[in-house]
Write a protein that binds this ligand. Structure first.
Ligand code: PXP
Length: 242
C-alpha cells in the first residue's frame, strides 16, 4: 500500500494569535515544527472573514517552508486572485458561510458546476493542483469528474461525530467513495474532525492518499507540544496502513 500523506492544518495557531491581534503564536513556526515531525504538507484556509489565516500568512508560509502548501479557499474571485498570485502547490475548494463555526459540510460540486468549472480551470492552468471538498457521495464524485478535478477530499465530519452503527455506515460510505474515485482516476483525500481515536479506520482505506488534520492536533499540542503530537498522528496513520 502506498504511503499515506499527512497534511497538517495550522489555522488554529492563527486563531490563538488573532485572539490578541499580535504576532504570536506564529503559524509559520507551527508549520516548521510540523514539517520536522512527520508532516508531508501544510494546509491553511484563508477564510473570507480572515478569522484565522490572514493574507500575509500565505506568502510567509510559501516562503518559509519546504513542504507543499495546500490552500483551502472558497470559490470566489477574491480567493482565486490570491491563489493565482501566490501559486500554492494545491488549492482545495471548500464551501464557506460566514456564520459557520467551521466547514460544516461538503461542497455542492454537482449543483455549482457552471460556477466552479472556470475557476478550477484557471487554477489548473496556473499549475495548481485542485481538489474539491465533498461529501462521500456518488453524485458529488461524478460532478468532480466533470469538473476535471484531479483530487477530491472527502468530508469526514459525519464519520467523526457519530458512533456505533452510524459511524460504521459513514466509514463504509467513505471507503466506497474512495474506491469509486480512484477507479475513475481521481486521487481521494479525507479530513475533518480526525483525532488519535478515530483516524485509523480512515487511514486504513487503501485508496486514500492524504489526510488533512488540524483542530485536534493544535488543541492537543497545548498539552503535549506540537512535535510529539504530529509524530504520534504520523505513527497511528502508518500503523493503520500496515
Ligand atoms: N480539510 C478541509 C477541507 C477543511 O476545511 C478542514 C477544516 O475544516 C480540515 C480538513 C481539517 O479539519 P479539522 O480541523 O477538524 O481537523
Amino acid at each position: 500500500m502506498s504511503k499515506l500523506r499527512l497534511g497538517v492544518n495550522i489555522d488554529h495557531v492563527a486563531t490563538i494569535r488573532n485572539a490578541r491581534g499580535g504576532l504570536y503564536p506564529d503559524p509559520v513556526r507551527a508549520a516548521m515544527i510540523a514539517s520536522e515531525h512527520g508532516a508531508d504538507g501544510i494546509t491553511a484556509h484563508l477564510r473570507e472573514d480572515r478569522r484565522h489565516i490572514i493574507d500575509e500568512d500565505i506568502g510567509r508560509l510559501i516562503g518559509a517552508i519546504a513542504l507543499p502548501l495546500n490552500m483551502e479557499m472558497a470559490a470566489t474571485e477574491e480567493m482565486l486572485a490570491i491563489a493565482l498570485r501566490h501559486r500554492p502547490h494545491a488549492a482545495c475548494i471548500v464551501p464557506e458561510r460566514r456564520e459557520e463555526v467551521t466547514t460544516e459540510g461538503g461542497l455542492d460540486a454537482a449543483g455549482q458546476h457552471n460556477h466552479l468549472k472556470p475557476l478550477i480551470s484557471r487554477l489548473a492552468d496556473a499549475g495548481i493542483r485542485v481538489s474539491v471538498f465533498i461529501e462521500p457521495d456518488v453524485r458529488q464524485i461524478e460532478a468532480a469528474m466533470m469538473l476535471g478535478a484531479p483530487v477530491v477530499e472527502f468530508h469526514t465530519g459525519r464519520y467523526a461525530h457519530t458512533e456505533g452503527e452510524e459511524r460504521a455506515f459513514e466509514l463504509a460510505r467513505i471507503a466506497e467513495a474512495a474506491a469509486l474515485a480512484a477507479k475513475n482516476g481521481i486521487e481521494p483525500h479525507a479530513g475533518h474532525g480526525l483525532t488519535f481515536d478515530n483516524v485509523q479506520p480512515i487511514a486504513a482505506i487503501p485508496q486514500i492518499a492524504e489526510l488533512n488534520i488540524g483542530h485536534f492536533l493544535i488543541g492537543e499540542a497545548i498539552f503535549e507540544g506540537l512535535g510529539p503530537v504530529v509524530q504520534r498522528m504520523r505513527l497511528l496513520m502508518d500503523e493503520a496502513r500496515g
